[in-house]
Design a protein. Sequence first.
Lengths: 473, 509
Amino acid sequence: MIFIIMRKEILQNLLSLRFILLLLLILSLFASSGFVFVGKYRTQSDDYWKKTNENLSGFRNQAGQLYKLAFYEQDIWIKPKALTFCVGGYEKSLPNCFGTDVFLSAWWVKGRHNFLLHHFGDLDWVFIISLPLSFMALFFTYDSICGERDAGTLRLILSRAIPRYKVLLGKYAGAMITIGMPLFVGLLVSLIIVISSGIVELHTNDWTKILVIVLLSILYLSIFTLLGIFISSRMAYSTNSMVVLLLVWVGLVILIPCLGRAVSDVFYKAPSGAEWTRRYSEMLDQLERQAQAGKFGKNALGFHSDPNHPSVNPPAAARYWNAFSEGVMQQREDGHNQRVAQALAGRRFACLSPTVLYQQASEVIAGTGIHRCISTWEQIKRYKSQLKEYVLSNDAEDPDSLHLLFAFEYAVGNWQAISNKPVDFDTVPKFQEQELALGQSIKLAIWDIGLLALFNLVFFAASWVSFMKYDVR
Amino acid sequence: MICKIAKKEFLLNLMTFKFAVGTILCVVLMIVFMPVLVNDYKQRLKDYNANVAATQAELQKAKVYHTIFMGWRHYIYRPPAILSVFSKDIEHNVGDSVRIGVYEVPELSAGSREVNPYVSILPTLDISLIFKIIISVLALLVACDVISNEREQGTLKLMLSTGVARYQVLLGKLLAGWMTLFIPVTIAFITGLLIWQFSAMIDLTGADWALIGVIYFASLIFISVMYNFGLFASCMTKRSSVSLLLTLFFWMFFIIVVPNLSLHLATFMRPLEPEEATEKRLQEIRERQTKERREAENQIPSRGEIIDIDDGLGRFYVICDQEGIAYRQKLHAVREALFVKHVEQRWNVSHAYVENLFKQKQLANTLSRISPISLYGAVTSALAGTDASSCQDFVIAARGYRQEVIDYIRSKTDNFSLACFFTPFGAVDTNIIKRYNDPTADAEEVQKWKEIKRAQAKSLNLEDFPHFVWKPDVVEAIIRAIPSLSALVFVSVLMFALSFVAFMKYDVR
C-alpha cells in the first residue's frame, strides 16, 4: 500500500506546474554551476601553477648558500580543489596564500579576489541544494496532508482501512523521490559538464567523497520534506501551512546563519587592526628596552659587517633577534587564532540551522573551507620547523660557521653566522599540503552528520504524532 | 466604490493568519535583532573613540616633524556608520583605518590587518534583511490571491455584475494592500527605533532622522513593488495556488539567484588581473625609485657626527653637531621631496587596481538590478553610508588630509630643510657626540646619556596641526540612492500597469 500511495504522489507531483518550474530552475542552476566552475578552475589552476613554479624556482636559486634558504620568504598558495564544484566553502574570501621563512609565517587573501563584492555564496552543489532545492522541498509537501483534507481525499484513503503510518511513509517517500529526480538529473548535468571539460581528474577517493556529499544532501533535503509534512499535518488549510513553512524556512536557512555572524561580532570579536598594531609596537619597544638594558648580552643591537668588531656581539644579537622573531610569530599566531575563534563561534551558534550543519559537514568531507585553511596554517608552521631543522643540521657540518640562526639576514650573511656553502636542492624539504583521509573527514564531521540525522528524527517523530492525531474531517 | 472595496479587503487582510504571523514575526525579529545590532555599533564606536584618542596621544609625543611625516603610528579612522544597523553592505569587508604618512597615499583596502577574512563564512545581519525577506514575502502572500482567489470563490463575478468598473476593483485592492502592509512596516520601524533610542551612546542628529525617513519611504515603495508583483501574478492566473507558486518562485529567484549569479557574471565579464601582478609592478617601481633616491643622496657627502635616538614606538630622531645638522638639512630637503614624488607614482599603479575592483563591483550591481530586492538593498546601503562609494569617500577625504599634513610639515620646516624636522636639539658639541658614538664606549654610560637626552627633548607644539574630521554627506547619500529608488518606483508603476492590462482581459468565469 505504501508503494501505491508513493506512486500516486510521484505521478501527481510530476504532472504539476511546480515540478516543471523546479526542474527548469534546478537544471539551469546546476548547469550554470558546472560552467562557472570550469571557467574558474581553469584560471585558478593556471594561476596556482604559475605562482607555485615561480616560488619553487626562487627557492631553488637560494640553494647556492645554505643561510639564504632560511631567509627566503616562500609564497605558498592553496591549491584549487577539484571538489569545489560540490562545495566551495567560501574559499574565495578566505586566506589563500601563506608566506613563510624559517622564522615567521603569515597569511593573506590575494589573487583575483574583489573585496568589494558582497559574496552570498559559491554557486556550487551545496548552495543549490541548501537554498533553492530545500525551498522547493517545501513546495511538494506544504499541502501533502492538509491539501488532501481540503479536497476530501484524505478521508477517502483512510476509510479504506489503510493505517495512517503507511499514508505518512508513502507521502514521505513520494516527496523524496520527486525532489530526488531534479537533484540527480542536476548532479549528473553538473558532473558531465565538469568531466567533459577535461580540466579535472577525479580519483576514486574523490568519487567516494562525492557520494558521501550526495548522501548528506539527501539527509538534508529529508529534513525539509519532513518539516513540510509536519507543518502540513498541523494545519487545517494549505495556505496557512505555506505561510508557516516559508517563515520557518527563512528562519532556519537565512536568519539563524546571519544571527551567528552578529553574535560572533558582538561577543567574540577579535581585537581590531589598530589594537594589533599597538600590541606589536609595544612588544618591539619592550624588546628594544630589554636589549638596551642588556638582557640579551652586551651590544645585542650593535651591527658591523665584521663580527669581531667591538661594537657587535653575535651570540647576544642572535638572542635578541630570536626573541624578536618569536615575539612577532606569537602575535601573528594569536591574531590568527582569535580571528578563527570568532568565525567558529559564530558558526557554532549558527549550527542551530540544518543548513549550516550541512554546509559544514560537506566542507569537511570535501576538504574545503575554513577547516582547510586552519589545517594549512598548522601544516605551514610544521613545515617551517622542518626547514629550520634542515638548515641547522646542514649548518652543523660547516666548521667555518658560527652556528647562529637568527632573523637578521644581513648580519647572518656577513658574519657567516650560518653556513654559506651550497646544498643539494633535492634534499631541501618542500611544502606539500596533506589532505585528510575520508575516514578522518567523516570522523570530524560526525557531529554535524549526527545532528542532521537528529533533525530528521525529530521532524519525523513530530509528523508521526501530528498525523496520528490529525482530524481528517 | 474604490473606498468600499479597499475597506472590505483591508479588513479581510487584517483577519488573515498570514498577516498576523508576518506582523508578529517582524516585531519579534526587530526585538531580537535590534539590541544585537545596536550593541555591535556601540562596540565599534567605542573602539573608534579609543583609536582616535590613542592617535591624538601619540601625536602629542612627537618631538620632531619627521616622526609625523613618516606616519609610523599616525592612523585616522572611519567612524562606524550610525545607520549601519539598517544596512551593513561592505562596511565590514573593508578596512576602517588609513595611515597618514609619506610612504603611502590612502587607498581602499581589505588587508589582513583590518579585516577578519574568516568571518566571511557567515552572512551579515542587518534590519534591511527583515524587510528584504519577511515583509517582501508577506507582501507577496497578501497579493498573490487577491484576484484569483475571488475568481475561485465566485465573488469576483458577483462584484463585477453589480456594475463596478474593473479599474475600481483593482485600485481598491491596491489601496487595501498598501494599507495592510503599511502596518507591519510601520510597527517594525517604530519598534526598532524605540529600542535604538533607549540605548545609551547613540545620538541621532536631524540628518540621521532625515535619512531614516528616506529609508522608511524606500521600504514602503519596495513593499508596493512586491505587492504589485503579487497582484500581477494573481491577475495572470486563474488559481490562487498557481499564483502563490509563481510569486514565491520569482521571489526566490530575486533574492537568491539574481544577487549570486550577477556576481559570477561580473567576474567573468570583467575579470581582474591578480593582485600579485600589481604588487610585482610596484616592486619594480620601488626598486627603481630606491636607486634614484640613493643616487640623489650620494650627491650629498656625509659630514659631521650624528647619533640616532630611538624614542620608542617608531619615534626616531637624531642628535648632531653643527656639520651634521648642515648635512641632514640638505639630505632631508632632497630625500623627502623625492619620497613625496615617488609615492604619487606608486599610487597611480595601486589606484588603477582599485578602480578595476570598482568597475567589477559596478557591473555586478548593474546586473543585479533586475531584482527589486537588490534595488532596495542598494538604496538602503547608500542611505546608511555603508556602500562602496561611501567607504571610498572616506578614503578620498583621508587623501586630502594627508596632503594637508604634508603641507603643514613643509610650511613648518621650510620644505623639510629646518633642523626641527629631524632633531629636537640644536647643534651639540662634536666631541660629546664622538664620545658617545665610539663603539668602545661603555654601553651603560651611553644609555644613561641617551636617557637624559630623551628626557630633555621637548614635544612639538602642534596646536595648529590639522585635525581630521569626517562626516558623511547626507545630500550625497540621498543623491546616490535616487537612481535605485527611481528604479523601484518605475518597477512598481510598471507592475501595476501590467496588472491593470492583465485584469482588463481577465476571464472571471
